[in-house]
Design a protein around this ligand. Structure first.
Ligand code: 9D3
Length: 245
C-alpha cells in the first residue's frame, strides 16, 4: 500500500514513520510513504500557505492553491483512484472498521490541516472524506494522520507476526482486553490471580473472557449495549459484577 501525506510539517510524519510497526511495514516493502508540502507549491517570495479568514476572527486559514497543488502532485505519484482523506475535527470518528476499509485500498492521500481551518472550497473540490480522532482539540492533523497510518499498517498482511495477528482478534470481537500479569508473582503485596497459575487453560480462557466482558460493560457500556449476550455471556457478566461488588 502507498500512503501520501500532505502537510506543512512533512518532517514530523517522516520521523514517526521510521519506528515500530510503520517502520517495519516500510522495511518489508508492504507500505510506502510520500510527503508533499504545500509550501513547495507556493509562488510568492514568502512561500505563504495561510491567510486571514474572510469575515474576520482569530487564527489563519490554510490557502487553497498551494494545498490543491500538493494534492495533485501526490495523486500523480499514487495508484489511480486513491481517496483524499482530510483529518479534521468535523470528520466522522475514525474506527477499526474504517481502518480495515483503508487497508484494502491500493493507496490513500491524507491531508493534515493546520491553523484555524482549511479553505472550504478545498474540501468541496479535492477531499473525498473527513476523519476525526474524537472530541478533543489537536493543534493540527499530522498526529491524527500518523494514528491512521499506524492503525492501517498493522492490518496489512505480513506486517505483524503470527502472535500479534492472533492477538488482534480480541479487539475484533469488539471488547476491551482482559488484565495482564507477568513476573514476579507478588508485587506491592498483590498476588497474581490464582487461576492464571493453575495451568488449566479452559478456566484461564473463561476467566479472561469474563474480565473482558465485565470491564467492557463497566468502562465502555457503548461497546456492550448492542451485543446480544447469550446465556453463558450473561452468566459471566453477572459473576464479574458480583465479584467486583
Ligand atoms: C481551538 C480551535 N477550534 C476552535 C473551535 C477549532 C479547531 C481548529 C483546528 C480545532 C482543532 C484544529 C486542528 N485539529 C485537527 O486538525 C484535527 C483533529 C482534532 O483537533 N481533534 C480530533 N481529531 C482531529 S483530526 C484533525
Amino acid at each position: 500500500m502507498r500512503i501520501a501525506v500532505v502537510s506543512i510539517f512533512p518532517e514530523m510524519v517522516g520521523q514517526v514513520a521510521e519506528y515500530g510497526v510503520i517502520g517495519r511495514a516500510k522495511e518489508r516493502g508492504l507500505l510506502s510513504l510520500l510527503c508533499e508540502n504545500p509550501r513547495d507549491y507556493t509562488s510568492d517570495v514568502h512561500r505563504t500557505v495561510d491567510d486571514r479568514p474572510y469575515g474576520g476572527g482569530p487564527g489563519m486559514v490554510l490557502k487553497y492553491e498551494p494545498a490543491a497543488r500538493a494534492i495533485h502532485a501526490a495523486k500523480a505519484d499514487m495508484p489511480e483512484g486513491c481517496p483524499v482523506v482530510c483529518l479534521s475535527p468535523q470528520g466522522k470518528v475514525f474506527d477499526q472498521d474504517t481502518a480495515r476499509r483503508y487497508a484494502g485500498l491500493q493507496g490513500m492521500i491524507l491531508l493534515a490541516g493546520r491553523y484555524e481551518g482549511i479553505d472550504e472550497r478545498l474540501l468541496e473540490n479535492e477531499v473525498d472524506e473527513e476523519l476525526s480522532l474524537g472530541d478533543f482539540v489537536l493543534s493540527g492533523g499530522e498526529i491524527a494522520a500518523m494514528a491512521v497510518i499506524d492503525a492501517v499498517a498493522r492490518l496489512l498482511p505480513g506486517v505483524l507476526g503470527d502472535d500479534e495477528s492472533a492477538a488482534q482478534d480480541s479487539f475484533m470481537e469488539g471488547l476491551l482486553d482482559h488484565p495482564h500479569y507477568t513476573r514476579p508473582e507478588i508485587v506491592a503485596g498483590q498476588r497474581v490471580p490464582a487461576v492464571l497459575l493453575s495451568g488449566d487453560h479452559a478456566r484461564i480462557a473463561r476467566w479472561r473472557y469474563k474480565q473482558a466482558l465485565g470491564r467492557s460493560f463497566v468502562r465502555r457500556p457503548d461497546l456492550v449495549k448492542d451485543l446480544k449476550l447469550d446465556r453463558e455471556q450473561q452468566k459471566l457478566l453477572d459473576e464479574f459484577l458480583k465479584e467486583q461488588g
